[in-house]
Design a protein around this ligand. Structure first.
Ligand code: PTT
Ligand code: SF4
Length: 611
């Protein structure tokens, strides 16, 4: 078998047992890698109802066949587990040197289970595994931890680590890897913390098994160069993802004031142009020639990498329009290892609840210093921070008084930085994302606003959401590569079967990829349903306030416009029809069988009646 090492490294932190396991070509072809391996393993190995922060939960680190080879933007790895924030399937995709090292160490997947007795870090060198004391780095931020590990092992090593947020099991703590890189929004860092696992360090010295190594090296290196040239010509990475902020403001889709507003006169102060002028460094992932991590000095003089989501959620959504202060909040999230999107969502919800009189407190929109104080408290679960560490859904349940309506999340995961009060297709994309409200899977908003009638609910929008989920939530998450060459530079999708076939020796076309993507989406949905057998379509609704006429903009481009529930329901029906799921949003039996999920049907039927 080429393209896969065929090996899984299972590490049990409780027993310190290490198992080297294998998988065959049938498994490899069925699940391919990354998110595909992760959901299959979690489905097979986790009993429904396990405590996501208990030793029974498993952290999966998975690469894909294309990961780590010299070809455009292949330095990514998927981290996954049952999410402590949502209770469903959770994952993230981050740039890291672990990608290449893990494959060179001879593994496609790491399964971390159990719980270490004391704070520990794991050092993997090829098939040798050491459990080492983490006393010197436990309690430290992720930057200090990275430096400590770099001093010991050199900068070329692969590292996944957590900050204090993960140690304190903040439900939206992420995993950090290298400068500016963070992944696993739905609490993957908290899962590491719950296992007393501060870091995973990987060094691999072997070879990645490739069917046509000379060919792939030639094409890969040429294409890396070409992608770099296109980037230079288009200038995309001058502003990187932050270029979209000015556009969101212009089209009234910017998150402002807990998403109550869609634009702001001061948004220009934190836009991509201002940011690129303030740039002091650029961070990026391995194997990338379009490095997009624009880095500025924050208020305290730290280097802070700023992506659009970070600025939207920690800036405009909190009505903080001072770039250096937004940088400070971003840097703190990175250092503590907290997700910027959820942190911004949580703080905005808290300010909103105070503003609405639903809860007492002294935090107001626009107060950057107080936001920093609260962020620190959340990371350490100190005082009010313990409340903030739970995420918006749980906070709203505790506050009550109608606050659930403006708790901006889907399935418990905070919405990323697109205000969809009048963008129905993007609202559907958030609502049906595999992990809760993340934009990563179907970023349909530019298509919807630029190329369709914005407020319409036609089937073509549901079709586009599914198409994008297949590409972004499927293909790029299971071959495991950054999607930006395709989405931002127009690098043709047809390149990917070429790489894939030369690596694996197979002869796949894009259609084969879509089938794997549909299989993965069906099994992820089955995972959620098994966890929550009372499942119905309301799980796929965006927040209530987007349907509330009193929340419509009073002025500007979309004044008086708002989502309409009956029409949204129709759009959701189209989505289910395309996926051949039933009206509750559960894959039908024939759909699962058609995707080769016969065994999984039997298991799911123990919990819910299938159509
Ligand atoms: C991603 C999510 C995003 S998506 C952003 S900004 W973005 C936020 N970044 C954070 C950060 O930074 N620090 C922090 N403490 N929390 C953060 N939370 C938010 O996390 C990221 C890039 C980006 S920048 C995007 S869109 C693309 N995402 C990809 C993806 O999901 N899959 C894929 N195959 N390719 C992608 N390429 C791009 O990668 P999550 P990274 Mg991240 C500082 O992982 O859980 O999906 O959360 O991975 O290496 O940092 O690269 O405008
Ligand atoms: Fe990483 Fe950005 Fe390059 Fe993608 S484009 S690989 S996110 S640096």
């Amino acid at each position: 078998m080429y393209g896969w090492t065929g090996n899984i490294l299972r590490i049990n932190l409780s027993s310190k047992r290490i198992n080297k396991e294998t998988f065959d070509e049938e498994f490899a072809k069925k699940w391919v890698g990354g998110r595909g391996f992760a959901i299959k393993i979690l489905w097979d190995e986790l009993k429904p109802g396990v405590d996501p922060l208990g030793p029974e939960n498993k952290l999966i680190v998975a690469v894909g066949p294309i990961a780590g080879i010299p070809a455009p933007n292949t330095g990514k790895t998927v981290v996954a587990a049952k999410s402590p924030l949502t209770g469903g399937y959770g994952d993230g995709n981050l740039g890291t040197r672990v990608t290449e090292h893990l494959r060179k160490a001879g593994f496609d997947v790491l399964i971390i289970e159990g719980k270490a007795e004391k704070p520990t870090y794991i050092y993997i060198e090829d098939d040798k595994v050491e459990f080492l004391p983490a006393d010197e780095i436990w309690g430290k931020g992720s930057y200090e931890t990275l430096d400590w590990l770099y001093d010991k092992y050199g900068r070329a090593i692969g590292i996944l680590t957590i900050g204090q947020g993960g140690e304190n099991k903040v439900l939206y703590a992420m995993i950090r890897s290298m400068e500016g890189r963070a992944g696993g929004r739905p609490g993957m860092g908290a899962v590491m913390g719950s296992k007393n696992l501060k870091a995973i360090v990987v060094k691999g010295t072997g070879k990645i098994p490739i069917a046509e190594p000379e060919e792939i090296r030639k094409i890969g290196l040429e294409d890396l160069k070409k992608v770099g040239e296109i980037d230079k010509k288009t200038g995309w990475s001058i502003q990187g993802t932050t270029g979209v902020l000015a556009w969101c403001n212009e089209v009234a889709a910017l998150p402002v004031r807990n998403m109550r507003k869609t634009h702001h006169k001061d948004a220009w102060k934190i836009d991509g142009e201002r940011l690129s002028k303030a740039r002091v460094a650029t961070y990026g992932c391995p194997n990338c020639t379009m490095r997009c991590g624009i880095t500025i000095l924050d208020k305290e003089g730290h280097k802070a990498e700023m992506d659009y989501e970070n600025i939207g959620m920690l800036g405009s959504n909190l009505e903080i329009f001072d770039l250096a202060q937004v940088g400070s909040l971003n840097y703190m999230c990175d250092d503590f290892g907290l997700d910027t999107i959820s942190t911004g969502g949580v703080l905005a919800f808290y300010a909103d609840a105070i503003d609405q009189g639903a809860i007492d407190g002294d935090f107001k929109f626009g107060d950057a210093e107080k936001a920093k104080e609260l962020l620190r408290k959340a990371a350490f679960r100190d005082g009010i921070g313990d409340f903030l560490a739970q995420g918006t859904l749980r906070m709203a349940k505790k506050i009550g008084k109608g606050s659930e309506a403006y708790a901006m999340h889907v399935k418990g995961l905070e919405i990323s930085a697109y205000n969809c009060k009048y963008v129905p297709g993007m609202a559907l994309a958030f609502a049906t994302s595999a992990i809760g409200a993340h934009h990563k899977e179907a970023w349909v908003i530019t298509f919807e606003i630029n190329e369709t009638e914005r407020g319409s609910y036609g089937k073509e929008k549901a079709e586009k959401v599914v198409q994008l989920q297949r590409i972004r939530g499927g293909l790029f998450e299971f071959i495991v590569a950054c999607r930006f060459p395709w989405i931002e530079l127009g690098w043709d999708l047809d390149h990917y079967p070429v790489y894939f076939n030369k690596i694996t020796g197979l002869n796949w076309g894009l259609e084969d990829f879509w089938k794997v993507a549909d299989r993965i989406y069906a099994l992820i949905r089955a995972f959620w349903v098994r966890e929550f057998p009372n499942w119905d379509r309301q799980w796929d609704y965006p927040p209530k306030i987007w349907f509330d006429p009193s929340n419509a903009d009073k002025e500007g481009l979309i004044a008086g416009k708002i989502l309409e529930l009956d029409k949204y329901d129709k759009l959701l029906d189209y989505y289910y029809e395309i996926r051949n799921w039933d009206k509750r949003g559960i894959p039908k039996k024939e759909t699962m069988v058609g995707l080769g999920l016969e065994e999984e049907v039997k298991e799911l039927e123990k919990y819910v009646k299938l159509e």
